[in-house]
Design a protein around this ligand. Structure first.
Ligand code: MG
Ligand code: ZN
Length: 216
């Protein structure tokens, strides 16, 4: 019974995600659904990306948060349109939340839309939003065993950002092991080790985005 209910919910979600997708297509928009644990650096990566690519692309952000406005405030300082979705306690975004948000969000003229999902490695993987790519961030303090613990999240992602590499050597995280474990679950997953704090590795991530947007 419970499984059937979940299946119905996911099917309804997929239908709305397809409608979102059509809307994004009409605007020629490249859409990233950014997923990670709380504190892995979703907002930091977005801030760095807005700074680094601001001269090349017009970008917007929809940020999902359980309750606060803090991320929206941080992102709003970068002079791009930012819309906050308060999920009211829900631990993931759903396609219907995005559709509702798009009523108040002007997509005209944008090249890239980032959707910052709620910090959680489980259910965001189940709910497509209409994005072109799901990108996951894993930060080094979380440990290199995450691919085996949350395989669905890794399998559903097109790219993996490994953030906080400035902490390598201080935390229990083996970069090669993490990559190998991720590739075992998702061969060919694009992996970008970087540090939002020092800026190391960001250029490879930017280049990947450039290519993604160009090949859309
Ligand atoms: Mg955040
Ligand atoms: Zn959830």
């Amino acid at each position: 019974m419970e499984i059937k209910v979940l299946r119905d919910i996911l099917e309804a979600n997929e239908l709305i995600a397809r409608q979102n997708r059509q809307l994004f297509d009409r605007h020629g928009l490249y859409v990233v659904n950014l997923m990670a644990s709380p504190g892995a650096g979703k907002t930091s990566l977005l801030e760095r990306t807005l700074e680094g690519l601001g001269g090349e692309f017009r970008m917007g952000v929809i940020t999902g948060d359980v309750a606060t406005q803090l991320d929206a405030e941080r992102l709003g300082r970068h002079g791009v349109p930012v819309l906050q979705i308060s999920t009211g306690g829900e631990c993931h975004l759903e396609a219907r939340m995005i559709r509702r948000a798009l009523d108040d969000f002007d997509l005209e003229g944008l090249d890239i839309l980032f959707i910052e999902n709620v910090g959680n490695l489980i259910c965001p993987a189940e709910f497509v939003l209409g994005e072109d790519a799901r990108v996951m961030i894993l930060s080094t303090p979380e440990g290199d065993d995450k691919p085996e613990k949350y395989p669905l999240m890794f399998r559903q992602s097109r790219a993996l950002v490994i953030n906080k590499i400035d902490l390598l050597g201080m935390v229990d995280f083996d970069l090669d092991k993490a990559k190998e474990r991720a590739w075992r679950i998702k061969p060919k997953l694009a992996i970008f080790p970087l540090s939002c704090r020092t800026g190391e590795g960001l250029e490879a991530w930017f280049n990947w985005l450039r290519k993604e947007v160009a090949s859309r």
